[in-house]
Each structure stands twice: as C-alpha cells, then as structure tokens.
Design a protein around this ligand. Sequence first.
Ligand SMILES: [Zn+2]
Length: 139
Amino acid sequence: MTSRNRWRSVLFGQVPGAYNAGMRGAQITVRCDCGDVGYVPHGERWRCDKCGRTWNTAQIPADEYWGIMRDMRRLRITVIATALGLTVPIVALALILGLRLLLLLPVLMSFWFLFYMPRWRRQVRQRARSLRRWKLHPE
Ligand SMILES: [Zn+2]
C-alpha cells in the first residue's frame, strides 16, 4: 500500500458510519413506542421484535429525506475537494521545482489532521444532532 492510499483510507475512515452509505442513503433510526430501536433504509418497513408494531419509513417524504442525504454528501465532497486542492498544487509544483518541495506535505498534513478534520467532524456532528425527526404511525 502506498502512503497516498493509506492517507486516503484514513480520510474516509473519519466519516461516521451512518453517513457512509453514499448514494444509497443512510439508514433511518426507528424508535418504537415500546423503546426498541431498528435501522432501515428509507421506504422500507421495520417490524419491532418486542411488540410487533410495524413502522413504514415510506411515510417520510422522500424529498425531505434525500435533501438531508444531499447535504451530507456535500459535506463529504467539500472535505475531499479541499484535500485535493491542497495536495495537488504542492505535488505539481514539486514536479516542476524539485522534489524537495514534497517536504511540505507532512506540514500540510499535520495542519489537516490537527485543525481541519476536527473542525469538520464538529460540523458533521452538529448537523447530525440537528437532524429532523419524523413522527411515524404504526401500521
Ligand atoms: Zn416495539
């Protein structure tokens, strides 16, 4: 594994699991009246094992759900674009001006992991906390 690959997997590894589902959309957390919790993709039913109620996430308006998924994706894309925007110029300059410029990369990466990623994670967490809740009706 090259160091760049390693770095890339670290970058993606920072993304909380719930937002990792990509285009398919994250699973929805269903909290049953009895207190049990289930996770289902949007549009699917979940039957509570404890009390037998069935919850249908199709009751959630699709445009609201996918609007949130788009927001989450935008956050991820921003982080990847910023990473590329920082490294590509340095690598390109290094090819022109000499490989010694690559010594800047560790500096850049410490800045990235010490300042940028923590800030970004805070943003995502805040976003996750303020996520919409819907009230479903058991079927
Ligand atoms: Zn239940």
